[in-house]
Design a protein around this ligand. Structure first.
Ligand SMILES: Cc1cc2nc3c(=O)[nH]c(=O)nc-3n(C[C@H](O)[C@H](O)[C@H](O)COP(=O)(O)O)c2cc1C
Length: 328
């Protein structure tokens, strides 16, 4: 029996359905969609889906929590855009680590234009792995991306030429490490060579082109040669957090998605570069390269790409659970 979407706090059942749909449009590693939801009198609950861990690329579930953070901020923004305050508690129960957050749509709040604009960007944001146009991102927009990260208690550090060159080298090094690992390749292929009928994984059509002018290694597109240095490099940013606990990672996932939605509202496309952070040794060197104050959580490439295909999503019925079945 499918769990029922009931009202939650000030939201009607229909509104709960629409904000949950917005949550499920979040990005996730290999489109695993590692989230589950339930609704009851306490609000909308977001759980990690333990069946969707990537045991090789993400053994410590860091990216799973980042992905769930992206779903959480979508949920909060969608509720806020309805003129309701999303009272959010992260990790409310020590004995239930998979319960990542509870969001209670409480009091009415004036509809703020920013949330409405960001909510409209939720279905328009797609990972874009195509080569980007030789057009620099204006500094004013870079400033807005930094504010977006800071609004979720994370940070987009300014990287100078030396740090960017170091990051580029770490990306290539980590890519080689992962490419030489049969277990990693098997897991990656399992999720990126999905049958077209699947509602998860990265469909081949979302892989972008295989042009030679890619400026950074784009993993989900397939095996690629080391990229040449481009004439106009894309904007590359690192979302960093001040700690590396599960709560820090959940915040970083929210920051990552707020940065991506902000980018979307300004006509920017984005793709993810997770290799140098998935490989522990290169992650530590990237942390050092950034001055040892931040934990790197995700690298994003931003610029102006070609239109890309959508990735599928599981239905709401597939991501809704009865709370009782989770705590059993
Ligand atoms: C934490 C995280 C890491 C990701 N790493 C990569 C990556 O290294 N390479 C890549 O091409 N896409 C990466 N992605 C993008 C996912 O493949 C993408 O979000 C997913 O296929 C859903 O597609 P959408 O973003 O277009 O909705 C990552 C996404 C997340 C949230």
């Amino acid at each position: 029996m499918n769990p029922h979407v009931g009202p939650a706090g000030r939201l009607s059942s229909d509104q709960v359905t629409s904000v949950l749909r917005a949550a499920t449009l979040a990005p996730s590693t290999h489109n695993t969609q590692p989230w589950l939801f339930s609704t009851d009198g306490e609000g909308i609950k977001l759980y990690a889906d333990p069946d969707r861990v990537l045991p090789v690329a993400d053994a410590d579930r860091r990216e799973l929590v980042l992905s769930c953070g992206a779903a959480l901020v979508n949920l909060r923004i969608a509720i806020r855009a309805l003129g309701v305050h999303p009272a959010t508690t992260m990790f409310p129960r020590r004995d239930e680590p998979d319960l990542l957050a509870v969001v209670l749509p409480t009091t009415a709040a004036p509809v703020d234009a920013r949330s409405v604009v960001l909510a409209h960007a939720i279905p328009r944001r797609h990972t874009n792995r195509t080569p980007f146009a030789a057009k620099a991102v204006p500094p004013a927009i870079v400033g807005l991306l930094r504010h977006a990260a800071e609004a979720e208690a994370a940070w987009l550090p300014r990287l100078d030429e030396r740090q960017l060159a170091g990051l580029h080298a770490l990306i290539q090094e980590s890519h080689l490490v992962q490419s030489a690992d049969p277990a990693f390749l098997a897991e990656w292929q399992r999720w990126t060579r999905r049958a077209p009928t699947r509602r998860d994984g990265v469909p081949f059509a979302a892989g972008g082109t295989t042009a030679d002018d890619d400026s950074w290694v784009l993993r989900d597109c397939g095996d690629r040669a080391a990229p040449a240095t481009p004439a106009t490099p894309p904007l590359v940013v690192v979302v960093g957090s001040f700690g590396d606990t599960p709560a820090d990672r959940l915040r970083a996932g929210q920051a990552m998605q707020r940065v991506l939605l902000t980018a979307t509202t300004h006509g920017l496309d984005a793709s993810f570069i997770s290799q140098p952070i998935e490989v522990r040794a290169t992650r530590l060197r990237l942390r050092h390269l950034m001055g040892d104050g931040l934990w790197p959580q995700i690298v994003l490439r931003l610029g102006y790409g070609e239109p890309v295909a959508w990735t599928p999503r599981r239905t709401l019925a597939e991501v809704l659970v009865d709370r009782s079945s989770l705590s059993a």
